[in-house]
Design a protein around this ligand. Structure first.
Ligand code: 13P
Length: 251
């Protein structure tokens, strides 16, 4: 059976000291609690090793928010999948719309990143989702399908099983405008059907599909009650312990 996952994406927030405080605070808040979901925190690169050493990573997995599309060598400023793995991180978030838009990450670049992440033993949270203009033109299904085909449908079924999908409508990210639970459920069911067409029903049923975009404690219970919504990828509300725990409690 697929897992429920609540994953935080801190984006470019928190100094190292602030990030360590947040991670330790979350660790303390969850200590001794039995949870109905896996918990992941996606920190900036520089936090990964310190955070992984400071918390119980069996309870809270650590994720990077990106990795390089090259294995190693003369790529100044880049961080490889092997380096991410060596910090104790278990996951990497790839394909976030902010990376696609502001850093021009194409489907081909993302395909390389996914391959390198998997080759280095990282699990991938792969983000897809349409813009407001695409939603208004009713192109959301086509956009999501193309993003899957462009970067992850080259994988074997065995490798695809290491991928978690995050559906993040760009118009809902950081805007306070959440997709309704019915809107999200509809497209999550569609995404699962596309995976079933490619890899078969069993793989599709075992794939966790997270919702992202202004998800918070107040709307998480309704979103997570839908059969095809297996958790959330959380931006703003992952930046403090109380807000993030409220979402974890939704499971
Ligand atoms: P917000 O939760 O701040 O809308 O961000 C969502 C997101 O982009 C997570 O990756």
């Amino acid at each position: 059976m697929r897992k429920n996952i609540v994953a935080g994406n801190w984006k470019m927030n928190k100094t190292l000291q602030e990030g360590l405080d947040l991670a330790k605070g979350l660790d303390a808040a969850l200590k001794g609690k039995s949870l109905n979901c896996d918990v992941v925190i996606g920190t900036p690169f520089i936090h990964l090793a310190s955070v992984a050493a400071a918390i119980d990573t069996k309870k809270i997995a650590v994720s990077a928010q990106n990795c390089a599309d090259k294995a190693s060598g003369a790529y100044t400023g880049e961080v490889s999948a092997a380096m991410v793995k060596s910090t104790g991180a278990e996951y990497v978030i790839l394909g976030h719309s902010e990376r696609r838009e502001y850093y021009h990450e194409t489907p081909e670049i993302l395909k390389e990143k996914v391959l390198l992440a998997l080759a280095n033993g990282l699990k991938v949270i792969f983000c897809i989702g349409e813009s407001l203009a695409e939603r208004e033109a009713n192109k959301q299904n086509a956009v999501c399908k193309a993003e899957l085909e462009g970067s992850v449908f080259n994988l074997s079924a065995e490798d695809f099983a290491k991928i978690t999908i995050a559906y993040e409508p760009i118009w809902a990210i950081g805007t306070g405008k959440t997709a309704t639970s019915d809107q999200a459920e509809e497209i999550h069911a569609y995404i699962r059907s596309v995976i079933a067409d490619k890899y078969g029903k069993e793989v599709a049923e075992n794939t966790s599909i997270l919702y992202g975009g202004s998800c918070k404690g107040s709307n998480a219970p309704e979103l997570f009650s839908k059969p095809n919504i297996d958790g959330g990828l959380i931006g703003g509300a992952s930046l403090n312990v109380e807000d993030f725990c409220a979402i974890i409690k939704a499971f």
